[in-house]
Design a protein around this ligand. Sequence first.
Ligand SMILES: [Zn+2]
Length: 270
Amino acid sequence: MRCIAITLALLLATPSFAADRERIATLNVAGTTLLTYLGCVAQSKLLKRPTSHKRCIVAGAIGGTGFYQAKRLAGEGHITTAWAVANLSSSAIENTMLGEHPLSRIGYGFGPFRLRLATPFDREKESIVDLDVNLAEAGYLARAVLDADDVDVRDGMIWWETRNPDVQGDLVFHGYTWGAFPGVWSGAQKHVWNHEAVHAIQSLQLDSVEPPLFDLREASRRARTPLRIRYVRAGALNLTDNVVWAQAPYEQRWAEIEAYRFAERRSPPK
Ligand SMILES: [Zn+2]
């Protein structure tokens, strides 16, 4: 773990480095592994449910690789496939973090909800679908709807559109993403859609490594049911990441370095 922590610290300490794909891949794998491990430790304290730390490290590394590939696919315009790969990566991390089989449930993020369908690997067999709620994503969706002239479901995600680009001083933005909700100006070019889809995947990635705040299972007395509301997730990591990186110059923000590299093969403009 120490090596991973040092690698992460070195990469974060040099935000102006040439953001080539190898480094982005390294940070995705190392960062997701580290955060999954920390999430496992926090989860076992919060929900008092034991997890295997070794399994968490492996799941974090596999999940980080999956998220890297998902962002690469989104940058190339394969957004539906990218969202599916990101959701599968997220599922492996969240299942393992909860002490379950990595494939016990396949999750799908839609709006502030995460629908998690049981597979034959689910040992508890208490429900077919668990529905988790993410509080920060609920806030982000509300914010996106307020900014939107139109809201649409596309590529399995909720998109919002504006009739005019967002002008902030000398800068004109053709797209903006609130949490897992990408938004674009209606006249934006295709690479802007791909760029914003990368941001939505980044949001799902941060949500996946954060342990749930509450488990509502006890409230339902473990009754066998087709559908139940299961975990309440704060989305605090996502929110913190947004607030902290907003203090950095635009071209140094890690989310932008990734999105520009994947969608346009270049660094963010200064
Ligand atoms: Zn961006």
